[in-house]
Design a protein around this ligand. Sequence first.
Ligand code: GTP
Ligand code: MG
Length: 200
Amino acid sequence: MKVNTAEFIISNSDVKKCPKANMPEYAFIGRSNVGKSSLINMLTDHKNLAKISGKPGKTQLINHFLINKEWYLVDLPGYGYAKVSKNLKSGFSKIIYSYIENRENLVNIFVLVDVRHDAQQIDLNFMEWLNGNGIAFSIIFTKADKLSKRELANNVEAYKQQMLIRWEEMPHYLISSSTSGMGKEELLNFIEETNKTVSK
Ligand code: GTP
Ligand code: MG
């Protein structure tokens, strides 16, 4: 899929004030600083559509972007940033959970994890919560450009092994880099295919 138009629509902290839920929606979720906002900019070929920062805690609201006037991409605050929220269901996490539990047009969640790190408990807990609630998700390994090819393959394999301790199979996943553009086509194609399965 080609992204022809990408428009910022609205930011807010209340799921009730999100745009009308009449188009398929995809949300980027993960720890602060993992690269959610950067990935949105990379996918849409915009430098500053979503606000990014080297400091964790940049995105503080639910941000809706309308793509090709057909579907929404949503940038969310990060979870697990100690200064912002101490435990999973407080602070920003409340916004995230309330959004996920109430947003009826949400088709798939992308759980972003930094490919340089081991599986983090907070991410594993979050994915288990999604699974327990029957919510479809994919894992996106971010910042692939920071590793060599070999390190990248090793880290993804190690992550898979960690997942397989608790999961019967590895959930759907993609590997991305917002600086090199890696994963862009694959992710946009996945969304295109998924959109086709959603009744209008
Ligand atoms: P919060 O909004 O704080 O939750 O963070 P976020 O997940 O939106 O992360 P953001 O996109 O703001 O990126 C955090 C930092 O990581 C910035 O300094 C980005 O430039 C950097 N970054 C993000 N993605 C990549 C990537 O793929 N490669 C590299 N090298 N740096 C990245
Ligand atoms: Mg952000």
